[in-house]
Design a protein around this ligand. Structure first.
Ligand code: GRF
Length: 212
């Protein structure tokens, strides 16, 4: 099987990126990370990319630049790497259709909560607070396709529940969620690459649901 070309978009630490780089390196998934982009110069994910010998590209939004023109510019740069898949791994900007329409059904995101829960930033903190208030008993991780501008929303590719315990601190919960993220992201990318019909079925079901 030829290797898939992954472009990974990060804004921060890049620990999910690291899990993906390691899985490519070890041969766990038949893929290569061909470029890492960050909107933030100081994102440690860029250092991880360089250490893995992968092009690390900083693409900040200029102050006077509007969202559409930024997304067009980003899409053009990403396109140069002819990605098979675009992996969002802690990418903290909402991608508009100016970007997404260039890569239909090719963008994947991870969210550190279950489908429909705590969309947006600080999802783990908000889940932890909700637990303290007795509103939830567990949280989780989801991985989904990004077909449109919805935030942390889209056809679900994988989800896994993560228990919250009485003894948990925010840090211990974060650590457990991140461990699930690394495993689930790598497994899901592996499944996408090895079972084309699976992802086709998910796309078709979503398209049908939009038209009924
Ligand atoms: C992860 O929890 C991811 O689910 C969320 O942002 C975090 C990024 O962490 N979207 P890292 O940059 O991969 O360490």
């Amino acid at each position: 099987m030829s290797h898939a070309r992954l472009v990974v978009l990060v804004s921060g630490n890049g620990t999910n990126l690291q899990a993906i780089l390691d899985a490519c390196q070890s041969g766990q998934i038949a893929a290569d990370v061909v470029a890492v982009f960050s909107n933030r110069q100081e994102a440690y994910g860029l250092v991880r990319a360089k250490m893995a010998g992968v092009p690390a590209i900083v693409c900040p939004k200029k102050h006077d630049q509007d969202r559409t023109s930024y997304d067009v510019q980003l899409a053009e740069k990403v396109m140069e790497y002819t990605p098979d898949w675009i992996i969002l791994a802690g990418w903290m900007r909402i991608l508009s259709n100016a970007f997404l329409t260039k890569f239909p059904w090719k963008v994947i995101n991870i969210h550190p909560a279950l489908p429909g829960a705590f969309p947006g930033t600080h999802a783990i903190e908000r889940a932890y607070e909700s637990y303290q208030q007795g509103k939830i008993e567990h949280t989780g991780v989801m991985i989904h396709l990004v077909p449109d501008e919805g935030v942390d929303n889209g056809p679900v590719l994988a989800q896994e529940m993560v228990e919250i315990n009485k003894e948990d601190t925010l840090e211990s919960l974060e650590e457990r969620i991140h461990r699930v993220e690394y495993r689930l992201y790598v497994e899901t990318i592996g499944k996408i690459l090895s079972d084309v019909s699976w992802i086709e079925r998910i796309r078709n079901a979503y398209s049908t649901s939009l038209h009924t």
